[in-house]
Design a protein around this ligand. Structure first.
Ligand SMILES: Cc1cc2nc3c(=O)[nH]c(=O)nc-3n(C[C@H](O)[C@H](O)[C@H](O)COP(=O)(O)OP(=O)(O)OC[C@H]3O[C@@H](n4cnc5c(N)ncnc54)[C@H](O)[C@@H]3O)c2cc1C
Length: 404
């Protein structure tokens, strides 16, 4: 038996959920399908990811009602960033001096983003969350699209949206290519306590052979983020807590004092993706499935939020004009907007990340130093800081506060 919806979303990750929330009140029947169990969607496990949110993302979360569900103690301010290269003390600096100034962004644990968005979406009229199931196949037909689920049931919809990770199976199945790059590295994350203050500053050290990042958290803690080779990551995961703490302190050269792990370690492969097209016939890609940024750029979710906002805006526009939500012109406008927003930044970030992931031969060293000094030029610094803050007068209230 077929069940009929207007929109089927494959993937109840943070972007798929945010998209469903953005369509609240539009009168659409939406199905959100995800292989994770109901309990894992409602109360996701801590995956160690601290997501740096731009003001625009915070404003969108606030508009959906999700921001209010995140406890204040889970939000940590980011006021400054510094980037160092190799053994040199020269740093590219972004952000404000002193404390109490403006913020570059806010850190929120990924599991809290997912939990709060799920809590919003679960209660929305017209939205059916279908846990424990994946979308196995999508077939566009003359009158609509059929999404076949892993249990064999068929959902019909005007539009299927795939937000099913950077290695999107549905993207591949629709014949949409993607520039995929496997860095053959792992990003290992772990919360740590340390005696020296982090000054609400995120620091990235592009060492030769590894990238070491600290993200400032509340309560004298930081998130240690190490991008290392696969064998190195496996060895770090094997260590006991005391040995791992000593190893972190050594690698970070004691810059924050002796580091002590205060949570679990998680490691993910570093793979980036940029889809050749974001739309197909009655089909659209969203989130990492469209643009899978390098995690060091801290922009994957932020771009995902921009994308879902753009697609929801176009769908609402189509409804207001009495058009089909899967009208090719409607989808083309989403594609154009999201490509314009992401293409240059993705290409620039890829060039930099590959340069910093490259070995330590002399040309690479010189280029890396040059890139850092270029980033310190006043105009570029302002542009980078603005990119982090991402101000948008339509979404941020007068005091720069979400929902103000
Ligand atoms: C260590 C780390 C740190 C990061 N830090 C930041 C940061 O600071 N700032 C930032 O903006 N971004 C950051 N990111 C990126 C951010 O986490 C991702 O961009 C974001 O999770 C993408 O969300 P998504 O919903 O598109 O995909 P995902 O979170 O990958 O969710 C996809 C969902 O699709 C489901 N799924 C898969 N296949 C199917 C199918 N066939 N049918 C149905 N469902 C399916 C999965 O179960 C999953 O729930 C970081 C990433 C990492 C790894």
């Amino acid at each position: 038996m077929e069940r009929a919806f207007d929109v089927v979303v494959a993937g109840a990750g943070p972007v798929g959920l945010a998209f469903a929330a953005s369509l609240a009140g539009a009168g659409l029947r939406i199905a959100l399908v995800d292989p994770q169990a109901e309990a894992a969607l409602a109360d996701p496990a801590d995956d160690g990811r601290e997501i740096a949110l731009t003001d625009r993302s915070v404003a969108m979360l606030a508009a959906s009602g999700a921001w209010a569900k995140i406890p204040a103690g889970q939000v940590a301010p980011l006021r400054r960033m510094q980037v160092l290269n190799g053994p040199s003390d020269y740093a590219m600096q972004l952000g404000h001096g002193g404390t109490g100034g403006g913020m570059l962004g806010r850190f929120v644990p990924n599991h809290w983003l997912r939990r709060s968005l799920h809590a919003v979406v679960r209660d929305l009229p017209g939205v059916a969350v279908l846990p424990g199931l994946s979308v196995a196949a999508v077939q566009a037909q003359r009158r609509g699209t059929v999404a076949t689920l892993s249990d064999g049931q068929a959902l019909t919809a005007a539009l299927v949206v795939a937000a099913d990770t950077r290695r999107s199976r549905l993207r591949r199945q629709q014949g949409i290519g993607a520039a995929l790059h496997d860095y053959r590295q792992r990003m290992l994350v772990c919360p740590v306590a340390h005696p020296l203050p982090h000054g609400e500053t995120a620091t990235a050290w592009f060492e030769y052979g590894q990238t070491l990042v600290t993200l400032p958290l509340n309560g004298g803690r930081s998130s240690a983020v190490l991008t290392v080779g696969e064998a190195d990551a496996a060895a770090l995961l094997q260590m006991d807590d005391a040995g791992f703490g000593r190893e972190l302190t050594r690698r970070y050269r004691g810059r924050l004092g002796a580091m002590r792990p205060v949570g679990g370690r998680h490691a993910v492969p570093v793979v980036t993706a940029y889809a050749a097209r974001f739309v197909g016939r009655r089909f659209a890609l969203l989130g990492d499935a469209a643009v899978g940024m390098h995690p060091t750029t801290a922009h994957g979710f932020n771009f995902g939020m921009l994308g879902q906002h753009a697609l929801a805006r176009e769908l609402r526009g189509a409804l207001a004009a009495g058009r089909n939500v899967a009208d090719p012109a409607v989808l083309a406008r989403y594609e154009a907007a999201h490509r314009a927003e992401t293409r240059l930044f993705f290409a620039g970030a890829e060039a930099l990340m590959r340069l910093y992931a490259a070995g330590d031969n002399m040309p690479a060293r010189l280029l890396r130093n040059g890139a850092l000094r270029l980033g310190n030029l006043p105009l570029l610094r302002q542009a980078l800081a603005a990119r982090m803050r991402d101000p948008d007068k339509n979404l941020i209230g007068p005091a720069g506060r979400p929902g103000a």
